[in-house]
Design a protein around this ligand. Structure first.
Ligand code: CMP
Length: 138
């Protein structure tokens, strides 16, 4: 579906107390929350979730970090959700993120970058299904 994307508020942003601010920015950005949970993933789950990055040098660091503490996982709905959400969160590297974007405001670094956003409709679907059963989507 082209109208949904998947996001996680990452362990850094949760630990820094930004859950509320980030959800407010998401809502102000025009996204409807179709599913949401406060959860924690294991190292093994992180390795499966980020399998596309398996060969990258940062895979170990990324999966350690993403399993280091609680996250907020959510499915978001809006017309053109994937592209519009990536615009709202800004560049992966917060040093390159535009003013006003979520990462510019709340991210610490390339790996501790506050939020995840799916990079395609196909991945949004796969990532959403990783975290939510059909009965948890509204
Ligand atoms: P995310 O959108 O969750 O998808 C993959 C993640 O890998 C990305 O956000 C970054 O947090 C992380 N990442 C990408 N490049 C690097 C890098 N060079 N060093 C560390 N982490 C990275």
């Amino acid at each position: 579906r082209s109208d949904r994307t998947f996001t996680m508020i990452k362990p850094d942003a949760v630990a820094n107390g930004y859950i509320g601010d980030i959800l407010a920015a998401i809502t102000k950005g025009g996204f409807r929350i179709a599913a949401m949970k406060y959860t924690k993933i294991s190292k093994e789950q992180a390795e499966v979730f980020y399998e596309v990055h398996k060969e990258r040098p940062f895979y170990g660091e990324l999966t350690d970090f993403m399993s280091s503490g609680p996250i907020v996982a959510a499915i978001l709905e809006k017309e053109n959700a994937v592209a519009d959400f990536r615009k709202l969160i800004g560049a992966t590297n917060p040093a390159e993120a535009e003013e006003g974007t979520i990462r510019k405001q709340f991210a610490e670094s390339m790996s501790k970058n506050a939020v995840h956003g799916s990079d395609s409709d196909e991945n949004a679907c796969i990532e959403g299904a990783f975290h939510f059963a059909g009965t948890e989507m509204f």
